[in-house]
Structures are given as C-alpha cells and as structure tokens.
Design a protein around this ligand. Sequence first.
Ligand code: FES
Length: 127
Amino acid sequence: MNNNTNLFKINLSPDDTEINISEDETILTASLRNDIQHLHACGGLEMCSTCRVEVLSGEDNLCPKSESEQALSDKLELPSNIRLACQTKVKGNVKLKRLLLDQKDLVLANQMTKNSVGSIGSTNLLH
Ligand code: FES
C-alpha cells in the first residue's frame, strides 16, 4: 500500500466490524490483515468460492467480475450480489456479509464445489 492510495471502509458482518481497505488490495487481503477469520480454502486462486461475500450495499463500488470469477459464479449459480473476496477490489465504501464462517460451512462448500468444478485442495497462502 503506498501513501497515494485511496482508502475506503468495509462494514463487515456478521463480525460487526468496520475495516479499512485500499484500492489496490482485495477484500480477502484486507479482511485477513484485520485478523478476520475469512475462509479461503484455495488460497485465493479463484477455485473454491469459500471466500464468498454477499454485497449488502455499495455494489457499484466494486470492480466488475473478471471472466474467471463470472465463470465460477455461473457454475455455482451464485447470484450477482455474491462476490469472491479474493478477486474483488473496491473503489468506495461497501457493506458486506461473509457467508461461510466455520469448518462445517467449509465442508459443505467443498462438496458443492467438487460437484461443480472438480476437487480442490486446501492451501493457506495468504494467512
Ligand atoms: S479463496 Fe478460493 S475462490 Fe477465493
């Protein structure tokens, strides 16, 4: 993060917290930097969707989905307001909800993802 970088706020539930994010980092990176236990089974490689968040407000302040994020969203039939935190940057304040919170959620998501996109490993590259 350099000194000329814009800073924005993420209001994150269910953590009931507000964190800063710079325009050059992803939501996942900002979340982990603030010690949020944000699941990221594939290590941010856009393969697992365990980092997914629901956009509660400020959807226009998010970068558009990349082709590969859109492809994974389509395969998993995720609504348009569900974003991969590991791929999404912001350009304004947003209000988000983490959707997968614990090991049980991770197991369920892994089963769904396996059925849709094949097996994934569990990596821990970011944290
Ligand atoms: S951490 Fe796996 S898709 Fe985001």
